[in-house]
Write a protein that binds this ligand. Structure first.
Ligand SMILES: Cc1cc2nc3c(=O)[nH]c(=O)nc-3n(C[C@H](O)[C@H](O)[C@H](O)COP(=O)(O)OP(=O)(O)OC[C@H]3O[C@@H](n4cnc5c(N)ncnc54)[C@H](O)[C@@H]3O)c2cc1C
Length: 397
């Protein structure tokens, strides 16, 4: 992959910049910068703009609605959307179940589910984790028993992100209780409006409603909603996790995050000097920038491999570890930079609070964002588990 932009790449970069400037929804501008909680409508408004333009799924093959961009164009796209602080897109359809469906689904399943993912009309959630089955996912106990042309599903999922908005969920269920753990699992698509599904909120440390418990009681799911073969769902599950982990690195967003921290550190004082002049703080920023640059080159190698036809492999674990640690270090530096202005917001001012904000605007979300970002080293498979994967699959230990 060449990083010197050709005249065509520079023209593409300009096209992207102009498109974002003219089409990014006005009501979203600045929202992410200020760390505001984003609603379902917020997520969908940007999604729909991109869907209309045909730019919603750059990673997908063209035949299923992808853009056909080169690796460099994809890189430019992620840089430009981060530079403009565009909100992230929900990954559950686009980066997770979509690739599973176009890779393992039947022609009927592709025709039924892919258009709704691209258009944003169908909101998906991921039903993998269960109480006691997170890292050890293959021990999951939610069971699906065949009854004619249906499965009857019973069990509990947890940490199900944004399930409160979901129209559909992709679930791992046990279809053969007697088989070896990984071999008795199937991958089911379940309509979240099915009778027997209950979604209960879990409120996080930052005060947000982002994750849920999902209970399934005698939920009837047509057999035709199963992706791939019965008891072979682990193949889809692993494929999906590798895609999930690559997307989690968030390099472009972290680059913008570093710029934000620098801006704050230029404004905040340390004694009678700007904080940015403090040698210790400056060193922390420099270390973070160096680690991020190294991660960026690793991600580019992985992107180049993908455009040469190699799917994301175990190296996506490396991207996940370093990307998530950098995201956390960024929130730590921001909290350090805003100092005591962060303290009143340790649980965030929730909806309905009418207390007058204290301190500069950039301080208000520093603490909730810091707490919320503790999740990044846990979700998508914890970083300890990623280290185990690298030890086994990359280093052969
Ligand atoms: C904010 C958030 C959103 C999430 N969203 C979703 C979602 O949408 N859908 C979904 O299905 N899941 C979701 N998850 C669940 C997530 O995938 C799990 O939390 C994660 O896999 C860890 O599992 P666990 O919580 O059961 O922890 P455990 O597996 O109990 O692990 C506890 C600790 O032990 C360590 N550990 C466990 N086993 C080993 C080992 N073999 N070697 C070394 N260390 C080990 C772990 O690293 C961790 O530190 C989400 C989690 C969070 C926090």
């Amino acid at each position: 992959m060449h990083l010197d932009f050709s005249p065509e790449d520079l023209a593409f970069q300009q096209e992207v910049r102009t498109f974002i400037a003219e089409n990014y929804p006005a009501e979203l501008r600045g929202k992410q910068d200020e760390g505001d909680e984003l609603s379902k409508e917020d997520f969908l408004s940007w999604h729909k703009v991109l869907a209309k333009k045909g730019w919603i799924a750059p990673a997908w093959p063209v035949e299923y609605g992808g853009t056909g961009w080169t690796a460099t164009q994809k890189y430019i796209w992620s840089e430009e959307t981060a530079r403009a602080d565009c909100i992230r897109l929900m990954p559950f359809g686009l980066s997770m179940v979509g690739p599973v469906i176009y890779t393992f689904g039947t022609p009927e399943q592709k025709a039924k589910y892919l258009p709704g993912i691209l258009s944003g009309d169908v909101w998906w959630c991921q039903g993998y984790s269960e109480p006691g089955s997170g890292s050890d996912l293959a021990s999951l106990r939610t069971k699906a028993v065949r009854d004619g042309d249906h499965y009857v599903v019973n069990g509990q999922k947890t940490w199900t992100t944004m399930a409160q908005h979901a129209d559909w969920g992709f679930f791992l269920v046990r279809t053969d209780p007697d088989a070896k753990q990984q071999e008795g699992i199937s991958f089911l698509l379940i309509d979240m409006k099915s009778p027997g599904i209950t979604v209960r909120p879990i409120i996080t440390l930052g005060g947000e409603h982002e994750v849920n418990e999902v209970w399934l009681e005698d939920v009837r799911v047509p057999v035709e909603n199963r992706i791939y073969e019965e008891n072979k769902g682990w193949t889809c599950a692993k494929f999906l996790l590798a895609h999930e982990r690559t997307g989690i690195a968030g390099v472009a967003a972290s680059k913008r995050g570093i710029e934000k921290v620098k801006t704050i550190a230029r404004t905040e004082l340390d004694g009678d000097q700007p904080l940015i002049a403090n040698a210790f703080f400056k060193r922390k920023i420099a270390e973070l920038e160096m680690d991020l640059t190294a991660l960026e080159f690793t991600e580019l190698r992985s992107l180049a491999g993908e455009s040469a036809g190699k799917g994301p492999g175990p190296e996506s674990s490396l991207l996940k570890i370093k990307g998530s640690e950098i995201q956390q270090r960024l929130t730590e530096l921001t909290l350090e930079a805003v100092g005591h202005y962060g303290a009143p917001y340790f649980r965030g001012f929730g909806e309905g609070d009418n207390a007058h904000p204290i301190g500069p605007d950039y301080a208000h979300r520093a603490a909730p964002t810091y707490f919320n970002t503790r999740k990044t080293t846990i979700y998508g498979g914890s970083n300890e588990i990623q280290r185990n994967i690298i030890a086994k699959m990359v280093l052969g230990l």
